[in-house]
Design a protein around this ligand. Structure first.
Ligand code: SAH
Length: 214
């Protein structure tokens, strides 16, 4: 598949829709206008790629709504060169948005089939994050600390390891809740043990699973 003027037009329309819902960060808007979301989905979903919807990506998982990706990216306030840990690579769309924003991205996925597929796809689109197959609850201690951490699956609780692996002054964005709906939280680390926590409304994510990949 390729990226055509028609796809670019559809992206503009998608971005218009999400700015109406409250996305205002110009870097995030440019990233969503630029990264070709249809290339992350199976051909069957081509016509739907630019609707503000979640879609199946295999292994029982979904690509997040573009609005959710934009919202989490906006909360992260990424500056070029920052070291970001993402939990839940999935199809790599959010990962690519972070790369586009100039972050140095480390991303973990627990489904082997998705990890394998995304590891091939992203370099072919010109993005070069460091991808890991493993359990996001543990983070990546050997690459810590991180400037920012983003979790893209619904967590029943906030994993201690992720709080530990954040730099002082850094931010963790995580949807928390084990029901159908999660609350989006941002945690700013002010000292080794102190966090300023804010809540940012309800979202729906697939669960952050606790056992190791099958
Ligand atoms: N950012 C992704 C969203 C994918 S959905 C995208 O843009 O496509 C969330 C992803 O988190 C799924 O791929 C799921 O397999 C993964 N996941 C769930 N529990 C996990 C865990 N414990 N560690 C790492 N990844 C996990």
């Amino acid at each position: 598949m390729i990226d055509t003027f028609r796809h670019k037009g559809m992206r503009k329309q998608m971005v218009a829709e999400i700015t109406e819902k409250g996305i205002y960060d110009s870097g995030v808007i440019t990233a969503l206008e630029s990264v070709p979301r249809h290339l992350f989905l199976d051909n069957a979903f081509l016509e739907f790629a630019y609707q503000d919807k979640a879609f199946p990506i295999g292994a029982g998982q979904t690509i997040s709504h573009p609005y959710t990706v934009a919202f989490q990216s906006q909360l992260l306030q990424i500056k070029k060169g920052e070291k970001i840990l993402e939990i839940g690579t999935g199809c790599g769309y959010q990962t690519s948005i972070l790369c586009y924003l100039g972050a140095k991205v480390f991303s973990i996925e627990r489904q082997k089939s998705l990890y394998d597929k995304t590891k091939l796809l992203l370099p072919s689109l010109g993005y070069s994050p460091k991808l890991f197959f493993g359990d996001g609850y543990k983070g990546l201690p050997s690459f810590a600390p991180f400037d920012k951490i983003i979790v893209t699956a619904g967590a029943p609780f906030i994993p201690e390891a992720l709080k530990e692996q954040l730099k002082i002054g850094g931010t963790l964005i995580i949807p928390v809740g084990d029901g159908k709906v999660q609350q989006m939280f941002s945690l700013k680390k002010t000292t080794d043990t102190l966090f300023v926590t804010k809540e940012h409304g309800d979202f729906k994510f697939v669960p952050l699973l606790e056992q190791k990949a099958q």
